[in-house]
Design a protein around this ligand. Structure first.
Ligand code: GTP
Ligand code: MG
Length: 421
């Protein structure tokens, strides 16, 4: 079907004006006239101002050439078509849908900021929210290709949104003094062991991904449980007064351990359990999806800790054989970057992950055990802690990699009431 850009203007039709097409019995509000529809076109008596502001802004923008213009129109058409289908739905269904959308106050504030970005109309906003981009930060910090893929928006619209979000957030260079000011006040969650806290420079810090790796029964899952309880504590007691989101890939989350740990701290275990949002990831795709879905949940539910136990277990069992290695590493890398991005978007969020170890057959001297996932995981997590067994209840933690911590060790215990010195 030929587009209006290909026809002579001697028919008297003008681009950019809305019209009703008698053939397909629909309003075409974006001003694109199909050649075959010309004789059915009936212009509405609307001024340009009345046309959806969404469309106007794109139409009025400076498009470099006709190809770009057509792309923009196609994009708008796809968006508006979605809307037109929705309009045809039973009114009751639409009422229902609107009533169900009840965002919390803080998330509504973020959404309003996105709504104010140039070129964002109802349709674009809905697509962004559905894809989890409901704040300026989430748009500014996400690569354009990911926003496009997940929201279905076109590349021109996406880059404009990113640029506008960055401008609004004032993202650019800042002085090292400002960075120090921010780091000085960084919030931390206690591990419940003074020694381990000291090793970590005061506890598990927000704004980074911390990885605990080690052999089986070294306490990785126990530390994750303990952090879910401790994140809820008041600041004086070493917490940050937030909820936890626990993503369990191994089926080892035990609420009974949470109850024991809560009781050890004289907390109401019912409340503590309520403040842990739990998600069981059944495979690696599901795990990736849960993290993507977490974006909206974090603000809505005041989540200040995300746990992934374990990070790459599913990937190791699903991607088998040398041929799948490159693909596996790439997928883990992008999953880790989803996590790191959450820290950028929500600086008050801590992320703790566990990782298994694998034996390196070519190591003859020293420790042949190495964290699984290779360089991708090593570079992805900000702080890496190696755990090993000591005598009885004792466990030894060692800083393997951290941008600001010296290499050192701490001894802690796993008791009935959780982690302690
Ligand atoms: P994998 O997930 O198998 O790789 O191990 P992990 O490092 O996650 O081990 P986890 O954190 O589950 O630690 C299990 C160990 O914690 C057990 O072997 C016990 O030594 C200890 N543990 C678990 N529950 C209790 C408890 O109620 N009391 C005491 N004293 N120790 C416990
Ligand atoms: Mg475990």
């Amino acid at each position: 079907m030929a587009k209006a850009t290909e026809i002579e203007d001697d028919n008297g039709f003008k681009m950019g004006e809305p019209y009703f097409c008698k053939e397909c019995k629909r309003n075409h509000t974006k001003g694109k006239i199909y050649k075959d529809h010309i004789e059915f076109a009936e212009f509405e008596n609307k001024t340009k101002d009345e046309v959806d502001s969404d469309n106007i802004e794109l139409i009025n923008d400076d498009f470099e050439d006709e190809a770009e213009l057509i792309e923009a129109f196609n994009e708008i058409e796809a968006e508006t078509d979605d809307f037109e289908v929705e309009e045809q739905l039973d009114a009751e269904i639409i009422m229902d849908k609107e009533e169900n959308i009840n965002y919390g106050e803080s998330i509504q504030e973020s959404i309003n900021a996105v709504k104010k970005l140039p070129g964002v109309g109802e349709a674009t906003l809905n697509k962004l929210i559905k894809a989890g981009f409901s704040s300026l930060e989430s748009i500014a910090f996400t690569p354009p290709s990911i926003i496009q893929e997940e929201s279905g928006l076109g590349d021109k619209t996406t880059s404009k949104l990113i640029k506008a979000s960055m401008e609004q957030l004032n993202i650019g260079f800042k002085s090292a003094e400002d960075v120090w000011e921010h780091r000085k006040n960084i919030a931390r969650i206690t591990t419940a062991s003074q020694e381990l806290d000291d090793l970590l420079g005061g506890g598990v810090e927000t704004g980074s991904v911390i990885e605990f790796f080690g052999e089986f029964r070294t306490g990785k899952t126990q530390i994750m449980h303990q952090l879910c309880v401790n994140v809820q504590l008041s600041e004086e007691k070493g917490g940050i007064e937030g909820k936890a989101l626990y993503i369990d890939t191994e089926g080892t989350f035990r609420p009974e351990r949470i109850i024991q740990m809560a009781e050890g701290l004289d907390l109401d275990h019912k409340k503590v359990l309520k403040n842990i949002v739990f998600g069981r990831a059944y495979n690696s795709d599901h795990q990736i999806l849960l993290i993507k879905e977490a974006t909206n949940l974090i603000k809505e539910q005041n989540i200040k800790l995300i746990v992934v136990d374990s990070l790459i277990g599913h990937f190791r069992s699903e991607y088998i054989g040398r041929g799948t290695l490159a693909n596996r590493q790439q997928t883990i890398n992008s999953h880790l970057h989803d996590l790191l991005r959450l820290c950028d978007i929500y600086p008050n969020l801590a992320i703790a992950v566990t990782n298994q170890v694998q034996s390196k057959p070519d190591v003859f001297y020293g420790n042949p055990l190495q964290a699984a996932g290779g360089n991708v995981v090593a570079h992805g997590s900000t702080i890496r802690i190696y755990l090993r067994k000591g005598k009885g209840e004792q466990r030894i933690a060692k800083v393997v990699d951290a941008p600001h911590l010296p290499e050192g060790e701490a001894i802690f215990s796993i008791t009935e009431n959780g982690i302690s010195d």
